[in-house]
Design a protein around this ligand. Structure first.
Ligand code: SF4
Length: 178
């Protein structure tokens, strides 16, 4: 599937990407984290969440005794939207079949939506992240937790407390399920 993503031209993001960031981590992970799309550093390296937001995500995982290697991390779109804009709906819909296949292969028990874009596509289009973060959803037996994107926490320190509560909740549910 990684080769298919590298060669993919299903949406216009293929024209401006350097390297698609397919996803990485434990392919049998109980937790699948999904962001919106690669940023500049991710586009350069072809890896998800390796820039400053990714480093913050690593620290947040460590704070609840999780290592990056224990989870699987990917995005709604695998190619960088120019200037880090949000992916458009058409781009997301073009790319979602890859995420669905990743989901089927990994079979996670928990999905964490990092930010509104992931939450709208994976929970419900009406999700507002400031209102709905921290509330668990269940779809087809999979628990889904929307929370802030780490980049939002870098822009607004005040959101960190809520994100910390969300990650504590993640740890509790993870411990119950494993
Ligand atoms: Fe293909 Fe997804 Fe990249 Fe669009 S974002 S070109 S659908 S891999």
């Amino acid at each position: 599937m990684e080769r298919a993503v590298s060669a993919c031209d299903r949406c216009g993001l293929c024209r401006t990407r350097m390297h698609p960031a397919f996803g990485e981590g434990d392919r049998h992970a109980a937790i699948l984290l999904v962001g919106e799309g690669p940023g500049r550093e991710e586009d350069l390296q072809g890896r998800p969440f390796v820039g400053p937001a990714g480093q913050l995500l690593d620290r947040m995982l460590a704070a609840v005794d999780l290592r990056r290697e224990q989870v699987y991390i990917t995005n709604i779109v695998k190619c960088r939207p120019p200037n880090n804009r949000n992916p458009e709906d058409a781009e997301a819909h073009a790319c979602l079949p890859f995420l669905r296949r990743q989901f089927l292969l990994i079979q996670p028990k928990i999905i964490v939506c990092l930010g509104a874009v992931a939450a709208r596509h994976l929970c419900d289009p009406s999700v507002r992240i400031t209102r709905d973060r921290g509330k668990w959803w269940v779809k087809n037996g999979v628990r889904i937790l929307p929370t802030y994107h780490p980049a939002a926490l870098l822009r607004d320190e005040q959101k960190k407390r809520d994100a910390w509560l969300d990650f504590q909740s993640l740890r509790e549910v993870y411990q119950q399920l494993t």
